[in-house]
Design a protein around this ligand. Structure first.
Ligand SMILES: *Cc1c(COP(=O)(O)O)cnc(C)c1O
Length: 244
């Protein structure tokens, strides 16, 4: 079991390297983030011990359940799921260094209030709904610049870039459009030169579409299935507004 996971990681790292080579990019520019939703702590330990230490959960509950078992191994936690305001306080207990899914002003406001109270700061990426699907979270591309201007006023929140989930489609060109749009928004924001806003990270690309994302400029790819295997819980459970 553990050998299989490690072999899968080698294959993923090769896919990253090849995609970088084909696009004239340096593989050091692309970080591999392991999406660990539904994966038991024991299996996550295997990858951490092998030196792959950037991981992310989608739910505060899962973060909490696995926290004690993993904390002895040094690693970096990001958060990539839909975050409800009533979970902010809990999330901040588990050493999350970056929330990649900040997508609305009320969440930023509440997060800022809590961070001020705890005398902390946090890094975030702004999640953008580049596929225009209703089932997906993320700020609408039309509102994202305004949102970033507003969030930039909260000095506890350090914006580092953008995140998106591409369209699920076998049509690579449709998927590419989502990633291009994210890159395009990134450039628009860079041009605005907003105080307290950095734009170096583009988190895009998953098991099925990471090559396309790397071709379009991804700096973080988020991979789950291709490393840990199929999940029994459908992703709609994690991505749908009505369920938590
Ligand atoms: C689950 C998940 C991933 C990883 O998806 P795979 O297709 O399993 O590689 C990436 N990003 C987010 C936000 C996820 O929820």
């Amino acid at each position: 079991m553990s050998e299989e996971i490690l072999q899968n990681i080698v294959v993923i790292q090769e896919r990253i390297n090849n995609a970088c080579k084909e696009n004239g990019r340096n593989p050091n520019e692309v970080k591999l983030l392991l999406a660990t939703k539904t994966v038991p702590g024991e299996r996550i330990k295997i990858v951490l011990q092998a030196g792959y230490t950037l991981i992310a959960e989608n739910k505060v509950q899962e973060l909490k359940e696995k926290y004690e078992g993993l904390k002895e191994i040094s690693h970096t936690n990001h958060f990539i799921g839909h975050l409800q305001t009533n979970k902010i306080k809990d999330l901040l207990k588990y050493n999350v260094s970056c929330i990649q899914s900040l997508d609305r002003l009320d969440l930023a406001e509440k997060l800022h209030q809590r961070l001020q109270f705890e005398n902390k700061t946090i890094e975030v990426l702004i999640q953008v709904n580049t596929s225009f699907e209703e089932s997906k979270f993320g700020a609408s591309p039309d509102n994202v610049i305004e949102l970033i201007k507003q969030v930039s006023q909260f000095e506890t929140i350090k914006i580092k870039g953008l995140m998106t989930i591409g369209l699920f489609s076998a049509d690579t060109e449709k998927v590419r459009k989502c990633f291009r749009l994210l890159k395009d928004i990134q450039q628009q924001i860079i041009n605005l030169n907003i105080a307290n806003v950095q734009m170096q990270e583009l988190s895009m690309g998953m098991s099925g579409d990471m090559e396309t994302a790397i071709a379009e400029g991804a700096t973080i790819v988020r991979v789950g299935t291709a490393i840990f295997g199929q999940r029994s819980t459908p992703d709609s459970y994690y991505w749908n507004e009505n369920k938590d």
